[in-house]
Every structure is written in C-alpha cells, then in structure tokens.
Design a protein around this ligand. Sequence first.
Ligand code: GTP
Ligand code: MG
Length: 341
Amino acid sequence: MKFIDEVRVTAVSGKGGDGCGAFRREKFVPKGGPSGGSGGRGGHIIFRASRHFNTLHSLRFTPIIRAKAGSSGGPNLRTGAQGQDHVVEVPVGTLIRRCASNRVLADLHEEGSEFLAVEGGAGGRGNASFKSSTHRAPTRFESGGPALELEFQLELKLLADVGLLGFPNAGKSTLISALSAARPKVASYPFTTIAPSLGVVQVAEDYSTFVMADIPGLIEGAAEGAGLGHRFLRHVERCRILLHMVSLDPFEVDAHGTVQERFEKMNQELHRYSPELGTRQQVVLLSKLDVAEPDVVAEASSWFEEQGLPVMTGSAVTGAGMKELVSAIARTIAVENTDEA
Ligand SMILES: Nc1nc2c(ncn2[C@@H]2O[C@H](COP(=O)(O)OP(=O)(O)OP(=O)(O)O)[C@@H](O)[C@H]2O)c(=O)[nH]1
Ligand SMILES: [Mg+2]
C-alpha cells in the first residue's frame, strides 16, 4: 500500500432533523394538545487514532466524508432518530489542521484519542416543546440545524523513540532489519527507501523496547528539493533522539565526501529543515565497519572525539557493535526521558 502522509479532506456533518408541528387528535380526548416531536441531531464527523492504520492512504480516495442527517420528529411526540456519526480512523500521530486558518486543532498521538471535527446540526424542536402553562396550543416548531462543511488538512508524523538519519546507502534500512522485525527494502542504489517504516527494537539487558523509524536518505541540497527533498524529516521530528549514520564504505567518499564532510552536510540539512531538530540529541554510528579501511576509522573516530561527540562503530551485516549500539540508544533515550520529566 502506498504510504501517504498528507491528505486534504472535506468533512460534512449531518443536518439536524426538523421538529414536527402536530396536535393530538383522538376520539374522546378533547383538546389533546400539541404533540409534535423534536428532530434528531445530525451526525458528527469524528477523527479517531488507531494503531491499525499506518498511512492516510484510505482517505486519499474519499476526499469528502459525510455523516448522516437526523430524522424529523413525528406526531404523537415521536422524536426523530439521531443521524449516525461518521468516525474516521487515522494513524496514531496524525495532526489535524483547518485549511482556512492552517491552525493545528488536534494531535491524535494516542491510540483511541478522538477529535470532534464537525458537529452535526441540532435537532429542531417540535411544537410540544413550546408548550407552557400560558401557551397551551403552540403551533411553532423549528427546522433542524444545518449541516456544516469544513475542510481539513491531515498530516501524519510518525511517533518513534529514535529516528534514523543519513545519506542514501548509509545502511539505515539494513540496520533496522537487523535490529527489529521490520523488513524495508535494502539495495545498493541510493533512495531505495521511499517511505518511512517503523521497527520495534528489544534491549537485551532489561527486555525493554524502543521504536525506531527508518526514513529515506537525505542528500546535500535536500532543502531545495534535491533527491527526495527533506519532507520525510517530519517523521523524525517527534523522535526523542536521532541515530545519525555515516557509512565507512570507501566508495561513499567519491559520492558525497569524507565521513566528516557527510556528517556536517547532514547536520546542515537538518538545521535548514528545523533549527530545533538540528539541536536534537544524536547518537553517531559509523556504519559498514566490515568494509572500512582501518586508518579511515581511526581518523574519523578521533575527529568525532575532538568535537566531543560520542561515536560508535559497527556493521549491521556482521553484527559487530550492534549490542553496544542498542544499549547506548536505550541509555540515551532514558536520559532524554528523565530530562524532560
Ligand atoms: N558491507 C556492508 N554493507 C552494508 C552494511 N549495511 C548495509 N550495507 C549495504 O549497503 C547498501 C545500502 O543499504 P540500505 O540499508 O538499503 O541503505 P539505506 O541507508 O537504507 O539507503 P536508502 O534507503 O537508499 O537511503 C545495501 O547494498 C546493503 O546491503 C554493512 O554493515 N556492511
Ligand atoms: Mg533505506
């Protein structure tokens, strides 16, 4: 299924049912009085977060969502049935904006959380509702409230603890495949990954888990749209930490520069996307250790240490350094969590 993380929908609530104007007419019941029932409320449009969805794909082809109208009230004090609400299930992590104002109205970041987007029209009152001690035969009754039509922009921002960041071919998808049950496509050409995916990683020490997000690779100039652009960074925006991967593969030097250059270029792109994301806590992994030249590893490691940046090395293919990496990520997430509390 195609990964869709942005859709625009028109939501139309149900009209309220009309109230009824009627009088009780029965044999042997003189002056039976008003008996018009009220109309039922129109259906609401409600968005609900569900773990069963991980893309907004299903809304792509239903750009107009409608709820049912309420039924009219009837004679003999019959109240009209309420129009059925339309509950639209969206992935956990969906932001809802009004198109008119571009304001974020809701952030459905918890399973089951709901947002009442458009209220159904109120049911009109029937003439029986207007009865009083001084006005015993009212003929007045109301129409139901109108249906409302509003436009919304839905935007999915995945929720994960750690986001993978790196140039194409850094080995991001290989890493998430090695550490979790996620199986994104892996290949030796750039931009193999074109849609984000999530994987759950288990920490050996205490059986706790964290969620990792794999996103497409970024290249220099992504802010101007180079490669796949930088829009996928939205999916790591809400990650506690970033795992910044830089490949030690000698071939990458020709493609995008030395390890240090690639690290700095990536951080610049990150900063250009969002200065706030640019300061997010990072764990640096020099990947593909199995094909690295020893002097390059030594030089890069000492450069990172000079900068005061903790750096790890490893290979998702041979498994070297993976256990240490998972522990380091788990520790960093724990620190971030306590800092926030
Ligand atoms: N030797 C070696 N090769 C690796 C390692 N990790 C990944 N690769 C290879 O590197 C290539 C790219 O790996 P991917 O995991 O697809 O890289 P990616 O960062 O997800 O790339 P994009 O999705 O294109 O951004 C594949 O051919 C992998 O088999 C590693 O640790 N050692
Ligand atoms: Mg990939």
